[in-house]
Design a protein around this ligand. Sequence first.
Ligand SMILES: C[S@@+](CC[C@H](N)C(=O)[O-])C[C@H]1O[C@@H](n2cnc3c(N)ncnc32)[C@H](O)[C@@H]1O
Length: 320
Amino acid sequence: MIDLTNYKCRKGKPIGLPYQGSKKKVSKRLFQFFLDNHHDFTFYDIFAGGLAMTAEAIIHNIPVKANIYDNHIVMILDYLYSDKYNMFDVLASREKFIQTRNKENKNGLDYAIMLINSFGNNFKNYLYNAEISNLKYSVAVEILEKYGTGKDYKQTDIYKRNENKLFSSDTKEKHKIIQSLSQLQQLSQLQQLSQLQQIIITSKEYRDIKINDKKAVVYLDPPYWGCNFNGYNSIDFYEFVAWVKTIKARFIYISHYNNSLLDKHFGEPHIIFPKSKSTLQSGTSKNNKFECVYRIKSVYANYNDNNNQISLFDYETASS
Ligand SMILES: C[S@@+](CC[C@H](N)C(=O)[O-])C[C@H]1O[C@@H](n2cnc3c(N)ncnc32)[C@H](O)[C@@H]1O
């Protein structure tokens, strides 16, 4: 097992939508591992969700085929890639959020509003509780108006001036402190994503995807079994395993927490991130669950794999 905790990778923040189950915590290091172990490959991101891994492929100029099953995300991306993206339209007060959520026919902007302004990006509940929401919203608007970006908002005079008022002394509210004005940062992430070169995305059920490609390095990040996701439904484990066995590629990688069923079918994990623990509710105990990646050698594995690769990027020891 290779521990990628301190793996060297590109500088800068990970990119991708704020999304439940996003791989942003590990995407830079994991994609760098793919770069270091495979030459001249096409990256297949079949459960692309919030695009964290696909974004890395684009940044590194690796051809990518991304599949996003979640239609709301596809609509948000269409909106982001139109020339209509505007942070002020996406930033929403509690009232605007509720109005949008109740709309019958929603468009990409509506779903972007629901994603960015919802608690835990669950599309459902407004980010802040009723007492504090107006103040938080108006401080966020003021920061955007003055600085034009939500990046590093904690350094702004407006934030510092309001900091004490932004948090109630209520202990329940205290654990939310880290999320603070998190939607501001997320708006900047949307902007970064909208600036990436556009790619063609399919939107299919994974079982309907056939892969037979001598250049394919396939990355699978399915809904985790035994976890309560709120956002999307689980898939059948045995159907998934049967489908994986139909793939003809160079290598197949599967992200999951360490899982005895996966161990049984694919051997022990090839890559581990022991410090990336679950923040999601697990069906059983969540203490000993951490991010792993299983690796399966497929029919087209060849000399182009496992070579060292020279990259033009600057490197850092990952800390994201
Ligand atoms: C763990 S998330 C992937 C997160 C993504 N890698 C990222 O970094 O944002 C799992 C994804 O699988 C998708 N999914 C669920 N059922 C699916 C199915 N039957 N076929 C294809 N994708 C599915 C969900 O919509 C969700 O986006």
